[in-house]
Design a protein around this ligand. Structure first.
Ligand code: TYD
Length: 221
């Protein structure tokens, strides 16, 4: 058991937890942020209390770490520093937002979570699966998303969409090769555990993607 500053903290995923963690993932320009509000609305229509959040970020401390993680630094950001920043933000976010919400029986809809670290840092930056898995064990202590909606898109199309949106961050400025590694890792993780992942073809027009999201929620939740 990890030491915790929160003396009232309960282990997650016990019979007392009724909240579900639903995560939206995908490469750049996949449109997942747009669909997060649809997921929230779908849950609320079914009487669920919902917390919408995002990573990196989601709490004041974690948002401050996000600013540091996404900014261009004169000396660059090496892969390990970037990874530890993502996990520092995640630990703060879990502590102050995600775990309390789940313990209160609320559903959490999160724009990116642990799979992004495997895809972007583990595969994209080449840090490797084992390093990310070690940090996952330390930080998540067994917590796993109930459902991951993976918005899958050709990297060529995704980067085009991201650039059209303007205001390009360090990741959106990455190469096609980087984005191909990110996509392959997301798809590998989804294929390894189909019961927890739904792969959604995000190349189609928005209303069609929204329809598939709705059908997926009906089938899986
Ligand atoms: P954001 O502008 O929110 O991108 P998007 O709209 O595509 O989600 O920036 C978040 C970036 O952080 C995104 O490019 C992916 C990256 N990221 C990681 O590299 N590792 C992580 O663990 C997380 C959560 C995000």
């Amino acid at each position: 058991m990890l030491p915790s500053c929160n003396t009232r903290s309960n282990p997650i995923n016990t019979v007392t937890d009724t909240g579900r963690l639903i995560v939206l993932e995908g490469g750049e320009g996949a449109g997942k942020s747009t669909h997060a509000s649809g997921v929230r609305a779908w849950l609320e229509q079914r009487g669920r209390s919902v917390v919408s959040t995002r990573e990196p970020g989601g709490s004041p401390l974690a948002e401050a770490v996000r600013d540091v993680a996404l900014r261009q630094w004169p000396e660059g950001t090496d892969a390990l520093t970037e990874t530890l920043l993502m996990f520092a933000a995640r630990a703060a976010h879990l502590h102050s937002v995600i775990r309390p919400a789940l313990q209160q029986g609320r559903d959490v809809v999160c724009d990116r979570f642990i799979d992004a670290s495997y895809a972007y840092q583990g595969a994209g930056r080449g840090l490797g699966t084992e390093a990310v898995a070690a940090l996952e064990r330390l930080t998540l202590a067994g917590l796993r998303p109930h459902l991951v909606l993976l918005f899958d898109l050709e990297p060529e199309l995704g980067l085009q969409r991201a650039h059209r949106r303007g205001d390009v961050n360090r990741f959106e400025a990455e190469t096609l090769e980087f984005m191909r590694r990110v996509r392959a890792e997301y798809l590998r993780r989804a294929a390894a555990e189909p019961s927890r992942y739904a792969v959604i073809d995000a190349a189609r027009p928005l209303p069609e993607v929204a329809d598939e999201v709705r059908r997926t929620l009906e089938a899986r939740l």
